[in-house]
Design a protein around this ligand. Structure first.
Ligand code: MD6
Ligand code: FE
Length: 214
C-alpha cells in the first residue's frame, strides 16, 4: 500500500509529497525498473537540432516519449521496435494515491541522470489534455529542481528533490516551466554507480484504453 499521510508542500504551485516512498519501496522499484530496462533499454535522445541530451531515457506504458531528428513525440514502440513494458504496479499505486482520478496514465517516462546530467527548463505540453496531472517520482541522488510560471523567463523557485519524493504538477502548475539544474552526485546509495532516476507519469491521449497499463 502506498499512501501519503500529510498534506503536500507547495512548490511554486506544484505539490511535493516529501519522502512518500520508503527505502524498501524505493529498492523494490529499482529492481522492477531494472527489468523494464531489459526490454526497453535506456537510450540517449537526440534533439531535433541533433544535440544529444545529457539524460538517458526509456518508457513504460502504452506510449513512450521519444526524441530524434524528426522531433519529439509519443510512440507506441521503443526505438528498438519493441512495445514498451507495462507500467509497474508500484508506480500505478503512487499515481492512484496522489492523482485521485479515474484514469490511468498512458506513459511512464523514465529518465536517468548520470554525473553532470541536467534538464533544461521546459513545459510538459505534448499531451492532449492538461486537466490531467503529471506525477513524478525521484530515486537516487538529490537533484535541484527549479520551477517557474507559464512564461519562460519569469521568477523561479528551487528545491532539492530527494529519493522517495513525489511531485505532482496539476492545476495552474500543470504548464509551469521547470527543470533540473544539477545533481548532488553520490548523495544517495540507492543506485549502484550513483545517479538519479526520475519517473514521470502522464495521461497522453484523449481516449483511454482497457489496457492502458499494457
Ligand atoms: C526531473 N521532472 O525531476 C524532471 N515534469 O528529473 C520533470 O520534468 C517533471 O518532475 C513534469 C512533472 C513533474 C516533473
Ligand atoms: Fe517535465
Amino acid at each position: 500500500m502506498i499512501a501519503h499521510n500529510s498534506p503536500p508542500l507547495d512548490l511554486g504551485g506544484a505539490k511535493l509529497f516529501k519522502g512518500m516512498l520508503t527505502r524498501a519501496s524505493q529498492e523494490t522499484l529499482v529492481d522492477v525498473l531494472r527489468e523494464v530496462a531489459v526490454t526497453a533499454p535506456f537510450f540517449h535522445p537526440v534533439t531535433q537540432s541533433g544535440k544529444q541530451m545529457s539524460v538517458r531515457m526509456t518508457s513504460a506504458g502504452r506510449l513512450g516519449w521519444v526524441s530524434d531528428r524528426r522531433g519529439y513525440r509519443y510512440e507506441p514502440r521503443h526505438p528498438n521496435g519493441a512495445t514498451w513494458p507495462a507500467i509497474p504496479d508500484l508506480v500505478m499505486d503512487v499515481w492512484r494515491a496522489v492523482a485521485n482520478i479515474d484514469r490511468c496514465p498512458d506513459c511512464c517516462l523514465i529518465n536517468y541522470y548520470g554525473e553532470g546530467a541536467r534538464m533544461g527548463m521546459h513545459q510538459d505540453k505534448d499531451e492532449v489534455d492538461f486537466s490531467y496531472p503529471v506525477v513524478s517520482i525521484s530515486l537516487g541522488d538529490d537533484a535541484l529542481f527549479r520551477i517557474g510560471g507559464t512564461v519562460r523567463r519569469g521568477m523561479t523557485q528551487s528545491m532539492w528533490l530527494q529519493s522517495g519524493d513525489v511531485l505532482m504538477m496539476d492545476g495552474a502548475a500543470r504548464l509551469a516551466y521547470h527543470g533540473i539544474d544539477r545533481l548532488r552526485f553520490g548523495s544517495s546509495d540507492l543506485l549502484k554507480g550513483n545517479g538519479r532516476i526520475n519517473l514521470t507519469l502522464r495521461v497522453v491521449a484523449a481516449e483511454p484504453t482497457d489496457d492502458t497499463n499494457a
